[in-house]
Design a protein around this ligand. Structure first.
Ligand code: SF4
Length: 377
């Protein structure tokens, strides 16, 4: 973190500061908006946040954000005006924020279907762990057998599910990494599913035997859906992206899940130029007994290991609040992107959802256009 100015220059207000934050070189189009929204949520109405920044564009963008968000920008001071422009300090007084209450009442009545954005508060993502038996070329989480596991505890997951259900949550999506590598996945899924239906994302390669098979068989079929990755009808594209032999084992995993009477969604991921290489996916999925509404084709996102793909920013994707053991994020494909970090802890969930709602409300108030829906289920 850069050093902060030691003594206040002329013009600095003398108001007490409740919270101080160094935004470094982030701009309002990247992580700064989430970071300061999260911190404004932590201080009382009328209290002041002192923001440090080295990014000049913040001076133009932050007044507009403050006005839209209902806050007052009290003062801006250039800390080294006599030598060079910036860094700057901005004093922001928190106003009354009502977006959370408004949005929550709407969310409780809205039905959503595949392809439509889910209202904030109806769908929650949870990363159980980050390590994986594969290291796919496009993995947005940068997972691999050597990745740090970053295990979410069962207690954190259950608390999240409980808080989510209390707020009207409809669907919890547990992902990774490969969730079946979590040593306590059976308990984690069983207990979270008591509060809210769970969709469990998996590559379907590691649950055929042993205690993972036992965990799988123990899941409530009415409360747990499996979402399995299959990138092509034949092995070529799938194995190129996910590793030799992975296509065959994914098919075996899908068949086993169907035999065990699970509802199975299949998610396919590729770059536009690989669409033909995916082959007759629908034919293959029909043969496997996968319903049409349970087939999802999505683009690669330029996150994690992927060098090409859809750009993920606050303005290009609808929010899908996501919890990890060590934080909260705007979207599940953005968990390696510091600009998409919503909070430094997964709980309390109300704080995470309120921050996301605040940002959405400001975007709407600004008449922001051009966000596209990027769905992972
Ligand atoms: S995309 Fe899924 S299966 Fe592939 S490395 Fe990442 S977490 Fe593992």
């Amino acid at each position: 973190m850069p050093e902060l100015a030691a003594s206040p220059p002329p013009g600095a207000p003398t108001v007490p500061v409740a919270l101080e934050y160094d935004g470094g070189d982030m701009d309002c189009g990247s992580g700064l908006l989430l970071a300061i929204t999260s911190r404004m949520r932590r201080i009382d109405e009328g209290a002041v946040l002192l923001l440090h920044t080295r990014e000049r564009s913040v001076l133009a963008d932050l007044p507009a954000w403050a006005r839209l968000a209902g806050h007052d920008l009290i003062a801006v001071v250039d800390d080294a005006a006599d030598t060079a422009p910036g860094p700057w300090r901005l004093w922001i007084e928190r106003g009354r924020t009502v977006t959370g209450a408004l949005d929550r009442s709407v969310a409780a009545d809205v039905e959503y279907s595949s392809g439509a954005p889910a209202p904030v508060g109806t769908r929650l993502w949870l990363y159980s762990n980050f390590h994986c038996n594969l290291a796919c070329t496009y993995c947005c989480a940068a997972s691999s057998p050597r990745a740090e596991p970053r295990l979410m505890s069962v207690e954190t997951a259950v608390s999240a599910a409980e808080q989510f259900a209390q707020q009207g949550g409809r669907e919890l999506l547990v992902t990774g990494g490969e969730p079946f590598l979590h040593p306590d996945l059976g308990e984690l899924v069983a207990r979270t599913a008591e509060h809210v239906p769970v969709t469990l994302l998996t590559n379907a390669m590691v649950y055929a035997r042993g205690r993972r098979r036992e965990a799988l068989e123990s899941f409530d079929r009415d409360r747990v859906t499996l979402q399995i990755s299959l990138d092509s009808a034949g092995p070529e594209l799938h194995d190129r992206q996910r590793g030799a032999g992975s296509h065959r084992r994914a098919l075996e995993g899908i068949r086993l899940a169907r035999e065990l009477d699970f509802r199975v969604r299949v998610a396919t991921t590729y770059l536009p130029e690989d669409a033909l290489a995916a082959g007759d996916l629908h034919g293959t999925l029909a043969d496997l007994g996968i319903a049409e509404e349970d087939r999802l084709i999505r683009p690669v996102a330029a996150e994690g290991y992927a060098e090409d793909g859809v750009e993920i920013t606050l303005d290009t994707v609808e929010p899908e609040p996501t919890l990890t053991a060590d934080g909260a994020w705007w979207h599940p494909v953005g968990v390696t992107n510091r600009h998409l970090r919503v909070a430094d802890a997964p709980l309390p969930l109300a704080h995470v959802l309120d921050v996301v709602r605040d940002v959405v409300a400001v975007q709407a108030a600004a008449g922001s256009q051009g966000r596209s829906v990027f769905r992972c289920t």
